[in-house]
Ligand binder design. Structure first.
Ligand code: PLP
Length: 359
């Protein structure tokens, strides 16, 4: 292949590295431990969907049934929603709808990679506001950057991946008022955080886009379903950019059933949150380990960077795969641990105590 065939932005891209997974306990991707199809009512829904399923027919381009279920869940109108093949796809579509080459995109750092990756692929310039010590977002810095630089798009991950920190809705409103451009709020973990969603603000701020997903609290990462909520004028433009049949009909039907069954699905979240807080205490009790407060289904911890390799390998030897941030200067010696069940957490702790206890 000739390198000249590639778009300039792609030429400069480092390949996306997917770690081969051999471990039994995979806690590196913030997946839900529960299989929601173990809920008899949802399983029955899925069986009924399969009995009348017509794979020869194209899916509904705007996922009408799913939009209605989501609209009811979020108390918005269906026209204020657009669903896709995971939140990642909706990030990509949104960037493709609004960014020209050279446009400025503002992010805080560290955060989810997809904003920067997607924006850079389109030739946008990405400016970062680093967190304050303790992985607290630099709220004044973010507001000042919005005011002075007026980015085309500002990304706020709330609560943030990988730090777990939650921003108050009042700060997001400050950003929305200060910004002449768009403010994209990624609420992938909001179900774990409680009642701070900014979805109710979409009627007030025409520059607000909120991302949600069924991959985390709903436990449907493999099904692939994410969605944005925004002013209907924004939804109409993103809908023009998306592939007509981006969300397959089976996912549309099962996702709608899951949203309707949320009262049976979401209680797992409460178990995860309680286990997270228990695990945070266990981790913090290990000498040499810093645990950052989290409002999500994961915990970010840090150890002395010189110990990080040994720790990661010891976890792997114990059949546990965690997320590490090798080479990221903002996350030295950091690991992100997805919270699942007490037995897995105990195994994680055993290894941590053993490695940190070595001379
Ligand atoms: C998991 C995640 C998403 C979306 O994931 P999908 O599986 O593509 O829906 C979006 N943002 C953040 C911060 C995430 O962690």
């Amino acid at each position: 292949m000739k390198t000249e065939w590639l778009r300039r932005e792609v030429r400069e891209f480092a390949p996306y590295v997917v770690v081969p997974i051999h471990e039994t306990h995979v806690i590196n991707a913030n997946e839900n431990y529960a299989n929601m199809l173990d809920i008899p009512s949802l399983r029955a829904d899925v069986e009924a969907i399969l009995r009348s399923y017509q794979p020869q027919i194209y899916p509904k381009p705007l996922a009408d049934g799913l939009r209605e279920a989501l609209a009811e869940y979020l108390s918005v109108r269906p026209e204020q929603l657009l669903a896709g093949n995971g939140g990642d796809e909706m990030i990509s579509y949104t960037l493709h709808t609004f960014l020209n080459e050279g446009d400025l995109v503002l992010v805080h750092a560290p955060t989810f990679d997809m904003y920067e990756v997607g924006a850079s692929l389109l030739g946008a310039k990405v400016e970062k506001v680093p967190d304050l010590p303790g992985y607290r977002r630099d709220r004044e810095g973010i507001l000042a950057a919005i005011r002075e630089r007026q980015p085309k798009m500002t990304f706020l991950c709330n609560p943030n991946n990988p730090t777990g920190e939650l921003l108050p809705a009042s700060f997001i409103e400050d950003c929305l008022r200060a910004a002449e451009g768009l403010v994209f709020v990624d609420e992938a973990y909001m179900e774990f955080a409680g009642a701070e969603s900014v979805v109710p603000l979409i009627g007030t701020y025409p520059n607000l886009i909120v991302l949600r997903t069924l991959s985390k609290a709903f436990g449907l990462a493999g099904l692939r379903c994410g969605y944005i909520a925004a002013d209907e004028a924004i939804i109409a433009e993103v809908a023009k950019v998306k592939n007509p049949y981006n969300l397959n009909s089976l996912t549309q039907a099962i996702a709608a059933a899951a949203v309707r069954r949320r009262d049976e699905i979401l209680p797992v979240r409460d178990r995860i949150v309680a286990e997270r807080d228990r695990m945070a205490g266990g981790l913090a009790a290990v000498p040499g380990v810093t645990v950052w407060p989290s409002r999500t289904n994961f915990l970010l911890i840090q150890v002395e960077p010189a110990r990080a390799d040994a720790l990661f390998e010891a976890w792997r030897a114990a059949d546990i795969l965690v997320k590490r941030y090798q080479g990221n200067p903002l996350l030295p010696g950091a690991f992100r641990i997805t919270i699942t069940t007490p037995d897995v957490d105990e195994a994680v702790l055993r290894v941590l105590r053993e490695v940190m206890g070595r001379a």
